[in-house]
Design a protein around this ligand. Structure first.
Ligand code: ARG
Length: 463
C-alpha cells in the first residue's frame, strides 16, 4: 500500500515505481528509522498528541519489527522506501494505532534524521579502523627507527631518512583524518531535523528539544527548511573519506614502488599479493593498486553529492534520494580499504639492507658535506657550489663522496679534515638530524609516542 493513497485515481506505472524506489539501498537505515520513530512516538505521548494506549502499542510494535529484522525473520521488501516499509508493517501488525505514528512528521525530516543517525555510527566504525591502522604504522615505525633509506624529492634521492620516519609521515596524515571524522561527526550531531515536518514545521505542540536530546543531538535544527534540505553532513563525511582515501592511495603508491625490484625495500606477505596467469615469477601488489584505483571512485561519490546539491531550491527535492548510494559507497569503500591495508602492513617484511644500499648511492649526504664546510666557516652558498662540483667529479669517476681520499678532499678545500668521513657517514647524517620532526631515532620515537597518545585519547573517549 502506498503512503499517499487518496489523492490518486490510478496506480503508478511499474517502471515509475521501480525508478522511484530507494528501498534497495535505504534498507540499511532500518535501525535508525525505528530508533527515530520510538523517540518521536515517545515525544508525541509526552506532549499529549498520542494516547498512552496508542503510544505503547506503537512502541512495542516497533520493537518487535526491529527484533524480527535483526533475527532475519522479517524481510525488508515490497515498499518504496524504508520509511514506508516500517510504517506499513506497523499498521499491518497493530492496526489504527500504527496510522497515528506519522502525526506531525514527514518522510522529509524522517530521512534527514535517519541518515544522520546511520552515518554517525559508520563514522565511528571508520575511526576505529583508522586507529588500528595508525597503531600498526607506529609499531612498524618503532621496529625501523634505524633503517636508513633515501628520502626523496621529485622521486630523486635527496637526503637520508629512516623507514620509521617515512611511516610516521603517513601516521601523521591519518591522525589528521581521525580529527576530520570527529569534526564532521560533531557537526552532524549538532542539530536534529526531526520536527521540521515536510518543510514548514507543524501546528502540533511538539517538544523538539526532547527528541533532539533523546537521539543524541545538541539541539533541534534552528530552521525547518534547512532541517529537511541540508546534506552538508553527507558532503563533509564524503570529504573526510576522500582525503583519507587520498592518503591511503599515496601510501599504496609508495608500497608499490617499495616492493618493486627497482627498490625492494619491503616484501609483502603472500597473503596480500597475487600471481600472474602467465609469468611464473610474478608477485603483484594488487591490493595497493586497487586502493589507488578505488580512490577515484570515492572522489566520484563526493562529486556526486556536491553536484546533486548545487542547484536545489528549498526545501526537499527527490534529487536528494541520490545521497545514500553515494555516501554509502564511499563509507563501504574506505572500510574495505582500511580493513585490507592494515593487516597487509602488519605482515610486510622490511629489507633494511636494501634500503641502506640505496642510500649509499645518489649522494644523499651532499647537503651534509656542504653543511660541514659551512660549519667550518665557508659561506653556505659557496659550500653548496663546491660540493656540487665534487659530486659532478665523483659521477665522472663513478665514486661516492665517502670514497674520496683525504688528499682529494683537501684538493677541493683546506677546510676538510679527517672528521669529514664522520660528517658524511649516512647513519650519522641521519642520526644528526635531531631537529623536531626529523628522522633521528629520538625524534621518530617522540613522533610515535605522540601518535599513540592521540590514539589512547580516542580510545578512552570512545570506550
Ligand atoms: N526515499 C526518500 C529519500 O530518500 C525519502 C523521502 C521522500 N520524500 C518525499 N517527499 N518524496 O529521499
Amino acid at each position: 500500500m502506498k503512503l499517499w493513497e487518496g489523492r490518486f485515481a490510478a496506480p503508478t506505472a511499474a517502471d515509475a515505481d521501480a525508478f522511484n524506489e530507494s528501498l534497495s539501498f535505504d534498507k540499511k537505515l532500518y535501525k535508525a528509522d525505528i530508533t527515530a520513530s520510538l523517540a518521536h512516538s515517545e515525544m508525541l505521548g509526552r506532549c499529549g498528541i498520542l494516547s498512552d494506549e496508542d503510544r505503547l502499542a506503537i512502541q512495542s510494535g516497533l520493537k518487535a519489527i526491529l527484533a524480527d529484522i535483526k533475527a532475519g525473520t522479517l524481510e525488508i521488501s515490497g515498499q518504496e522506501d524504508i520509511h514506508s516499509f516500517v510504517e506499513n508493517e506497523l499498521v499491518s501488525r497493530i492496526g489504527d494505532a500504527g496510522k497515528r505514528l506519522h502525526t506531525a512528521r514527514s518522510r522529509n525530516d524522517q530521512v534527514a534524521l535517519d541518515i544522520r543517525l546511520t552515518l554517525r555510527d559508520y563514522s565511528k566504525t571508520l575511526q576505529a579502523y583508522i586507529v588500528e591502522l595508525v597503531r600498526v604504522l607506529c609499531k612498524k615505525a618503532a621496529e625501523n627507527t634505524a633503517a636508513v633509506m633515501p628520502g626523496y624529492t621529485h622521486l630523486q634521492r635527496a637526503q637520508p631518512i629512516t623507514f620509521g620516519h617515512a611511516l610516521m609521515a603517513y601516521a601523521s596524515m591519518l591522525l589528521r583524518d581521525l580529527q576530520r571524522f570527529e569534526d564532521a561527526t560533531a557537526r552532524m550531531d549538532a542539530q536534529c531535523p526531526l520536527g521540521s515536518g515536510a518543510l514548514a514545521g507543524t501546528t502540533y505542540p511538539l517538544d523538539r528539544q526532547f527528541t533532539a536530546e533523546k537521539l543524541g543531538f545538541a539541539a533541534p535544527c534552528a530552521n525547518s527548511l534547512d532541517g529537511v534540505s541540508d546534506r552538508d553532513f553527507c558532503i563533509e563525511l564524503a570529504n573526510a573519506i576522500s582525503i583519507c582515501m587520498m592518503h591511503l592511495s599515496r601510501l599504496s603508491e609508495e608500497i608499490i614502488l617499495w616492493c618493486s625490484w627497482e627498490f625492494k625495500f619491503i616484501e609483502l606477505d603472500d597473503a596480500f599479493t597475487t600471481g600472474s596467469s602467465i609469468m611464473p615469477q610474478k608477485k603483484n601488489p594488487d591490493v595497493t593498486e586497487l586502493i589507488r584505483g578505488k580512490t577515484g571512485r570515492v572522489y566520484g561519490d563526493l562529486n556526486t553529492l556536491l553536484v546533486m546539491m548545487k542547484g536545489l531550491p528549498l526545501a526537499y527535492n527527490k534529487d536528494m534520494q541520490e545521497d545514500k548510494e553515494a555516501i554509502f559507497d564511499a563509507v563501504d569503500t574506505l572500510e574495505l580499504c582500511l580493513k585490507t591495508i592494515t593487516p597487509m602492513l602488519d605482515t610486510m617484511k622490511t629489507l633494511p639492507a636494501n634500503m641502506r644500499r640505496a642510500a649509499a648511492k645518489g649522494f644523499i649526504n651532499a647537503t651534509d658535506c656542504a653543511d660541514y664546510l659551512t660549519k667550518k666557516g665557508m659561506p653556505f652558498r659557496d659550500a653548496y657550489k663546491l660540493t656540487g662540483c665534487m659530486v659532478s667529479d665523483c659521477i665522472a669517476k663513478d665514486k661516492t663522496l665517502e670514497e674520496l681520499t683525504l688528499d682529494e678532499f683537501k684538493g677541493y678545500s683546506a677546510l676538510f679534515e679527517n672528521d669529514i668521513y664522520d660528517a658524511i657517514d649516512l647513519v650519522k647524517c641521519c642520526e644528526g638530524r635531531t631537529s623536531y620532526g626529523g628522522p633521528s631515532e629520538a625524534s621518530v620515537n617522540n613522533q610515535i609516542a605522540l601518535a599513540n597518545a592521540q590514539l589512547d585519547a580516542w580510545e578512552e573517549k570512545n570506550a
